[in-house]
Write a protein that binds this ligand. Structure first.
Ligand SMILES: Nc1ncnc2c1ncn2[C@@H]1O[C@H](COP(=O)(O)OP(=O)(O)OP(=O)(O)O)[C@@H](O)[C@H]1O
Length: 436
């Protein structure tokens, strides 16, 4: 858990997201509150509930981005899910608890990654011993082994081929089973793959490989052997319970006020299903029970046709913090192109540099890109900053295609270049509807 102050959190987010100060402030407080809660004594700590957030704003203005960056900063497991997913035909009665199961999987991957780094040194040694054994056989004396170990370390044996028994990861694992009568509940309480693996040992395949190629595979395998699965699972569950963040998109679309399509599961029904998760419940997963009391929920929606007050009162109460995100202006677009740490302009410049092409964006070029994005959003459909991606791709299409043959050249993207490459698309609404 990070000990950043709210001010520090906001300034971290400022590195990637332009504007939207209120939303940044709200998530910064929510994150700091978690840290505060964890400083409290047991009973009090249990009583303090997360202040879940409702972000209200049009599409593509940074709602997901803020939440995702926050999770990254907090090293918290993060999951984005669209609330409408649970209303779709075919998902009737789909289990919303799957959200928490998916979050646990994310957390497991995070914990494994961290633990792998911790055991890396030992795994390297074990991998080396296996290669040596494969080279000299298991009867060889220590002197021979040492000789080969030294040759291995100096890289002399890199091209030599060895035969190794590697664990069989492809195809051998058995599918998880849906439990009849409980759609979507892949509880995996009966995970046959795991059970058989434990009973008969893990399946292996014999492979012939170059020493250099075998090494990374062996290190990965040895790291996995060194990891204590039970501990990883326990830590993953704690991580979800203490720091998990769920981003619930399109909440406005499950309001009763929105137009209904035939066949959909009742929107209010979905709200009722979601409520226990947000209020705090215990979800069973194949790694153990997960309490959701302190998982942070960030809900979001445009709320064009409905209002937050159309949500179930209980749900409204669980999303006490409301922040509005404003639509992005032409000046915001200009800044988004230039300022964030890995802004689109910086990305394209770096990509072209790998081909030896120098890409230069002039001020008026960037202004023109921002102006076009604003125009097309106004005339075709407002998709927010996502418009910048489609426009940039179009404007730089030709350089992207020919860069490999243009090493050493400099391409200057100025206003004229932008106009030339977008042509009259921005004036032709029908055409740009398809292309941009
Ligand atoms: N204020 C901003 N500053 C920098 N980049 C932004 C900003 N707003 C949006 N973007 C970029 O636009 C893209 C879409 O943004 P994001 O996914 O956050 O949209 P959203 O508001 O969550 O929309 P939706 O509700 O449709 O999911 C991302 O690539 C993001 O980096």
């Amino acid at each position: 858990m990070t000990a950043f102050s709210p001010r520090e959190i906001v300034s971290e987010l400022d590195r990637f997201i332009i504007g939207q100060g209120d939303a940044k402030r709200a998530v910064a407080i929510a994150l700091r509150n978690r840290w505060r809660r964890q400083q409290l004594d047991g009973d009090m700590a249990d009583e303090v509930l997360p202040k879940n957030i409702l972000m209200i704003g049009p599409t593509g203005v940074g709602k997901t981005e803020i939440s995702r960056r926050l999770a990254k900063l907090a090293q918290a497991p993060f999951l984005k899910v669209e609330a409408t997913k649970f209303t779709e035909v075919g998902y009737v009665g789909r289990d919303v608890e799957q959200i928490i199961r998916d979050l646990v999987e994310t957390a497991r991957a995070m914990v494994r990654e961290r633990e792998r780094r911790n055991v890396r040194a030992q795994a390297e040694l074990n991998a080396e011993e296996r290669v040596v054994t494969a080279l000299v056989g298991d009867q060889a004396g220590e002197t021979t082994r040492k000789k080969y170990r030294d040759m291995l370390r100096s890289g002399e044996l890199a091209d030599k081929e060895v035969e190794l028994d590697l664990s069989d990861t492809g195809g051998a694992s058995l599918p998880t089973m849906d439990i009849p009568g409980m759609p979507g509940a892949q509880m995996g309480m009966v995970n046959l793959g795991d059970m058989l693996g434990k009973a008969f040992g893990k399946p292996t395949v014999r492979k012939r490989l170059r020493v250099a190629d075998a090494y990374e595979t062996l290190i990965a395998e040895e790291s996995d052997n060194l990891l204590d699965d039970d501990q990883v699972n326990r830590e993953a569950i704690t991580l979800v319970e203490q720091s998990g963040i769920v981003f619930l998109d399109e909440l406005d679309k499950i309001c009763a006020g929105e137009q209904t399509r035939g066949g959909d599961v009742s929107r209010e029904g979905v709200q009722r299903d979601l409520l226990p998760l947000i209020e705090g419940t215990s979800v069973s997963t194949k790694y153990g029970a997960v309490k959701t009391d302190h998982v942070l929920f960030i809900a979001s929606g445009a709320f064009h046709l409905s209002r937050p007050s159309d949500l179930l009162p209980e749900l409204q109460g669980r999303l006490p913090i409301r922040v509005e995100l404003s639509a992005l202006t032409q000046d915001d677009f200009r800044r988004i192109l230039l300022e964030p740490e890995y802004s689109l302009v910086k990305q394209y410049v770096a990509l072209m540099a790998t081909e030896g092409v120098t890409l230069v964006f002039t001020d008026d070029g960037v202004d023109e890109l921002a102006r076009m994005a604003t125009d097309i959003n106004a005339t075709v459909e407002n998709i927010g900053a996502r418009r910048l991606h489609t426009i940039m791709e179009r404007v730089l299409d030709e350089v992207s295609f020919t860069a490999t043959d243009r090493t050493g050249e400099t391409v200057t993207v100025d206003a004229a270049y932008v106009r030339e490459h977008l042509g009259n698309l921005s004036e032709d609404t029908d055409l740009s509807r398809y292309i941009l």
